[in-house]
Design a protein around this ligand. Structure first.
Ligand code: ATP
Ligand code: MG
Length: 245
């Protein structure tokens, strides 16, 4: 399952919907194997930035380099990036196994290799027992794991997660958080995790970029952001008590 971890460099990225500028001067260096979060309030541009990396939405200005390659001109299917959407977007008429194997069939992977890889991934996310069920016969957390399995089985170079836990209740969120982190560490897969929940970002991330109005306010480890917020917005958003005037 292991692939080589890659870095992501984003250089001076800007993006507009029509005349509305949504991302401005975004510069980011994400390390190979890092779990990196985009944190910010609703409308701050987190999903837009994530989707731009995956190749969805309007063509941005600037560069997105994955590994050594600038992929900003490439269509989504040539980027080798795996994205899990908030809605999971599973195929309702297909079994869990089929949902997971589908992407490999599309890529014409040989049948016995498909079977092997699907088993391995289902085992990893603890879904082997439920492989023949349909999504409607699963809990929210189980569906979330199918979405994750389906994304990692094709061995993407980068994993993008857009608020993957927001449909789950509080206890399950905490459990799934831990499971995502474990899986990410095991695969050493460079991962970007989008959330508007600062506690979630703090518990899961190596580093966080705080966004507001499409501008990165600060990048740092959870501790750095808490200890040394660069501005009032970051301090407020992370709930820092000591606001330095
Ligand atoms: N297709 C679109 N057309 C026009 N404007 C858009 C479009 N998609 C998003 N926007 C605008 O871009 C800005 C950023 O949206 P985005 O979805 O990236 O925010 P977000 O940080 O992911 O918010 P949330 O936490 O609510 O998901 C918002 O002001 C939004 O209204
Ligand atoms: Mg969003």
């Amino acid at each position: 399952m292991m692939t080589e971890s890659v870095k992501i460099n984003i250089k001076n990225l800007g993006l507009s919907f029509g005349k509305t500028e949504v991302l401005r001067g975004v510069n980011l260096n994400i390390e190979p194997g890092e779990l990196f979060s985009f944190l910010g309030p609703s409308g701050s541009g987190k999903s837009t930035l994530l989707r731009a990396i995956a190749g969805f939405g309007p063509r941005p200005q600037g560069n997105i380099i994955i590994g050594e390659e600038d992929i900003v001109q490439k269509p989504p299917w040539e980027r080798n990036v795996g994205m899990v959407f908030q809605s999971y977007a599973l195929w309702p008429h297909m079994s869990v196994r089929k949902n997971v194997s589908f992407g490999l069939e599309e890529r014409h992977v040989p049948k016995n290799e498909i079977n092997e890889r699907v088993e391995e991934v289902l085992e990893m996310v603890d879904l082997l027992q439920l492989a023949d069920r349909r999504p409607s016969q699963l809990s929210g957390g189980q569906q979330q794991r199918v979405a994750l399995a389906r994304t990692i089985v094709v061995k993407p170079r980068v994993l993008l997660l857009d608020e993957p836990l927001s449909n789950l209740d509080a206890n399950l969120r905490i459990e799934m958080r831990r499971e995502i982190l474990e899986l990410q560490r095991k695969l050493r897969l460079t991962t970007i995790f989008v959330t508007h929940d600062q506690e979630e970002a703090n518990t899961i991330s190596d580093r966080i970029a705080v966004l507001n109005h499409g501008i990165i306010q600060q990048v740092g480890s959870p501790l750095e952001l808490y200890d040394k917020p660069t501005n009032r917005f970051v301090a407020n958003f992370l709930g820092t008590v000591n606001l330095i005037a």
